[in-house]
Design a protein around this ligand. Structure first.
Ligand code: NAP
Length: 292
């Protein structure tokens, strides 16, 4: 069993850190808002530290799941950041969805300090984190990945190294590009079914096992038909992720015309007050458009 620090106890981090404790790892948590760390310790035991630096001291692995590029920088290299507390040879594992650029920056800073760094963004949402069945796509040095992989299996069902530093984040971008198109397609299909006077659930029952089937169709059609959007990944986070995808696409010369358009549709959903709705809320935008 390892000594593990976990930084960032949000929707994802809280249950992920819980799985580490359940597997018998010695876990120290830190959260910017201290009350969440206290709640975590009350539920799972372990210890809470007053800063990322102190949480990281003495840990073999430091896992993080915070918000965006700037948040990751602060948590790693800020004045009270983890790198300042980590012992030589310890490995930082980043589960945040961020750019490949900040990942490489942090990996270089880690290497200069004698530390390891693995980028390890996750897919599977809140339910995946709570049930310990996340997909984790990783980038970094092979030996560092090999050391971290058994720890990540506490909450990851599929854990795989894709390539060097940043490759995990690039794989996560591929995932988000797929999701954007899938959800827009499903939203249009269900909206069309409604307008045509069909029973959407009955249609899905027939087609979900065929070529049009998807995880989104199986897991989200019911709530989309009910106009309920409080299931996991928020539109605000999706726009952050699509922004990263579109910036990266510009840098590498890849065309993402559909993704760029769907990003604008998500912007409309934010304007409708849906920043915290889940990503399947694209159908709400279509309903509003067709009313007017
Ligand atoms: P969340 O519930 O909003 O939690 C964010 C966590 O990061 C909180 O613990 C927050 O601390 C902390 N944080 C943010 N900025 C910070 C900073 N500057 N310094 C220190 N701590 C900071 O978000 P989440 O849903 O868990 O998502 C976390 C990451 O996972 C994001 O990158 C997201 O894109 C990615 N992700 C999310 C999902 C999902 O379904 N939710 C799925 C896959 C990937 P406070 O409590 O103090 O605010």
């Amino acid at each position: 069993m390892a000594r593990v620090a976990f930084l960032g106890l949000g929707v994802m981090g809280f249950p992920m850190a819980g799985h580490l404790a359940a597997k018998g790892h010695e876990v120290t948590v830190w959260n910017r808002t201290g009350s969440k760390a206290e709640a975590w310790v009350a539920r799972h035991g372990g210890k809470a530290a007053p800063s990322a630096r102190e949480a990281a001291a003495g840990a073999d692995f430091v896992m993080a799941c915070v918000g965006n590029d700037d948040d990751l920088r602060q948590v790693c290299t800020g004045p009270d950041g983890a790198f300042a507390g980590m012992a030589a040879g310890a490995i930082f594992v980043d589960h945040t969805t961020v750019s490949a650029q900040v990942t490489r920056e942090m990996a270089e800073a880690a290497a200069a300090a004698g530390l390891g760094f693995v980028d390890a963004p996750v897919s599977g949402g809140q339910a995946g984190a709570e049930n310990g069945v996340l997909s984790i796509m990783c980038g970094g040095d092979q030996a560092q990945y090999d050391a971290a992989e058994p720890v990540m299996t506490a909450y990851g069902r599929t854990v795989k190294r894709i390539g060097d530093s940043g490759a995990g984040q690039l794989a996560k971008m591929v995932n988000q590009i797929c999701i954007a198109g899938l959800v827009q397609g499903l939203a249009e299909a269900l909206h069309f079914a409604e307008k045509a006077g069909l029973d959407g659930a009955a249609v899905v029952e027939v087609i979900q096992g065929g070529a049009a089937g998807s995880w989104q169709m199986v897991n989200r059609h019911k709530t989309m038909l009910e106009n309920r959007f409080d299931f996991g990944f928020a539109v605000d986070w999706m726009r952050k992720d699509l922004g990263i995808c579109l910036d990266t696409a510009d840098q590498i010369g890849a065309s993402l015309p559909g993704t760029a358009l769907i990003d604008q549709y998500y912007k409309d959903v934010q304007r409708m007050g849906g920043g915290r709705w889940d990503t399947s809320s694209l159908i709400a935008r279509l309903r509003v458009m067709d009313k007017g």
